[in-house]
Design a protein around this ligand. Structure first.
Ligand code: B12
Length: 495
């Protein structure tokens, strides 16, 4: 599976190991197609040609679990080498993951993988390698303790965008050589790990349990290190037009921001976007970021205050959300608000209340509507299994909903009330006059027959997608990877 951020590859290359990266299939929001027989054949051929001694699979999301298990079974039949897994899903559910492969690495694995390679090379025992669980030659499971979290993220090398001869991508029944991201116009930057908050639905609530007692959870790279990586990326990708900081929470410490903004404005000078939370939004911070180049901000709202606080461990009042939205509007940064839907505990009145909250936010804004997924070990997963509102089979790994319904697709089977309100939320992020949206909201008939509202929302989504693509084309930001990621005619996932 694809894992662009696998720093481990570069780590190993620095130690003179020959690492082949295969991007097997690519990312999509919905409708992930399992590999074809031809693609599996190409994978096997590539691995044979490269004479692999050990095979590692990055299982980023629980939805890939079954696919990764099947792939591992096929590979084990063809290759007499260990197959190990790592990645976010493995970290959250190592026990199940190990059932399908020879070894798993839990958590941050840069040092773990190097120690494993050194041990295998020198025939040393694996019992001392922290972060590794494996099956020994008698098929007994050995669970080594975990490794402390990295203290200083500045010690990590930049990702390796060179080494084209060691990279392949397999998709669409063909294999291509070279880094699949060499034409990228937007650079996804991870400048921090962990989060200050602990929202119950987020993978962070599971990771905090995994890493309990193993060090500081939220860590950010220094501003100097972030700027160095930006400059490296600019040099590496001549077509680069923007940076996106994909950290759960961009560091908003005032001293940090001061330094980051100064350096970014002076040295990088490209537009950028960040993810944030109403609890850290302040007008002065936004002003500084805007001056440095921030043009788009993703802010989690998730739901109305009552739901956020009752179920999500997010104690953010509606007034705080409105104040943050007003601050963003004032400094003229494009807002994208993130909403979490399809929660079995959220009822009809809550859906209406959320609509009313969204009505109070200054327009225009974009909305990213996400469908609640149940990751292993998160607080919400444990709570909802305990109260019977979901079954263990609904948890990602057993389930693969996150590959079918990550961003809300309005055609997904839902009750009429949800289809109605979700379609209305979608209209709010489009240039539809508010009086029309409000009139629809009051129509009892449409509430009972939401199909026309859904179709209107789908049509407006399509037009917005076309407009977005056009703008990106003009700005020179449209690449084949972007098209593959966003354009899915079965489910126009943009909302
Ligand atoms: C950036 C990102 C993306 C980018 C990826 C761009 C790219 N090409 O890499 C985009 C936007 C495309 C994306 C897409 C998706 N993502 Co995403 N993504 C992230 C994000 C924000 C960062 C991932 C990252 O790079 N982290 C930094 C690296 C260093 O950490 P890491 O990946 O965990 O890897 C470390 C270890 O896990 C381990 N490791 C990893 N792989 C391996 C392999 C081996 C062999 C070994 C030994 C070790 C090892 O070592 C690494 C170094 O320490 C995470 C959230 C997060 N903060 O982690 C979500 C996250 C991983 N994504 C998630 C999901 C669901 C998806 C999608 C399925 C969504 C969708 N339906 O489209 C797709 C799947 C894409 C794919 N093919 O894998 C979920 C997974 C949840 C779960 N527990 O299952 C997360 C946690 C976010 C969330 N909660 O919603 N994603």
């Amino acid at each position: 599976m694809n894992c662009r951020k696998l720093f481990c590859a570069f780590y190993l290359r620095q130690k003179n190991y020959r690492v082949i990266e295969i991007y097997f299939k690519d990312y999509v929001h919905h409708n992930f197609k399992p590999p074809t027989e031809r693609e599996i054949e190409l994978l096997i051929q590539t691995l044979h040609r490269e004479n692999a001694d050990i095979i590692g699979l990055s299982v980023r999301a629980g939805g890939y679990y079954r696919m990764a298990s099947e792939l591992t079974r096929i590979l084990k039949a063809d290759f007499d080498v260990p197959v190990i897994w790592g990645g976010m899903h493995v970290t959250m559910d190592p026990e199940n993951s190990l059932a399908s492969c020879d070894g798993v690495m839990i958590g941050e694995s840069e040092a773990t993988i190097c120690e494993l390679m050194e041990a295998l090379e020198n025939s040393r025992p694996l019992t001392e390698i922290k972060g590794l669980w494996y099956k020994d030659k008698d098929n007994r499971i050995i669970r080594n303790p975990l490794r402390p979290l990295l203290e200083n993220l500045d010690d990590l090398p930049f990702r390796d965008f060179h080494s084209h001869e060691y990279k392949y991508s397999i998709d669409g029944n063909t294999v291509k050589r070279g880094d699949p991201y060499s034409d990228q116009t937007g650079y996804l930057m991870m400048s921090a790990r962990g989060c200050l908050f602990n929202c119950a639905y987020c993978d962070v609530s599971a990771l905090r349990k995994v890493y309990a007692g193993l060090g500081k959870f939220y860590r950010a790279c220094s501003p100097q290190r972030v700027i160095e990586e930006c400059l490296y990326a600019k040099k590496q990708f001549p077509k680069l037009r923007r940076f996106r900081f994909d950290d759960e929470l961009f560091c908003m410490n005032d001293g940090y921001l001061e330094e980051f903004c100064r350096l970014y404005q002076e040295k990088v000078r490209l537009p950028f976007e960040i993810l944030t939370d109403p609890r850290v939004v302040r007008a002065e911070r936004l002003q500084k970021l805007k001056q440095a180049g921030l043009d788009t901000i993703m802010m989690g709202i998730q739901n109305i205050g009552r739901i956020n606080s009752k179920y999500y461990n997010r104690h953010v009042g509606d007034e705080q959300v409105i104040a943050a939205a007003e601050a963003i509007h004032k400094v003229n940064i494009k807002p994208c608000y993130q909403i979490l839907l399809d929660d079995p505990h959220v009822g009809e009145d809550d859906n209406r209340e959320l609509f009313e909250l969204l009505l109070k936010l200054p327009r225009p804004f974009d909305l990213y509507l996400f469908s609640l997924s149940y990751w292993p070990r998160t607080d919400i997963t444990e709570r909802y299994i305990a109260d019977g509102s979901i079954r263990p089979e609904d948890v990602e790994g057993h389930n693969d909903k996150c590959l079918k319904q990550f961003r809300v697709d309005l055609t997904w089977p839902r009750d009429k009330n949800r289809t109605f309100w979700y379609s209305l939320y979608t209209l709010l992020s489009k240039p539809v006059p508010l009086c029309i949206v409000k009139a629809i909201a009051e129509s009892r008939w449409l509430r009972a027959h939401p199909e026309p509202v859904r179709m209107l929302a789908q049509l407006l989504n399509f037009l917005k997608l076309a407009e977005l693509a056009w703008q990106m084309l003009i700005r020179g930001e449209l690449t084949w990877n972007t098209i593959k990621r966003w354009v899915n005619l079965d489910s126009l996932a943009i909302s």
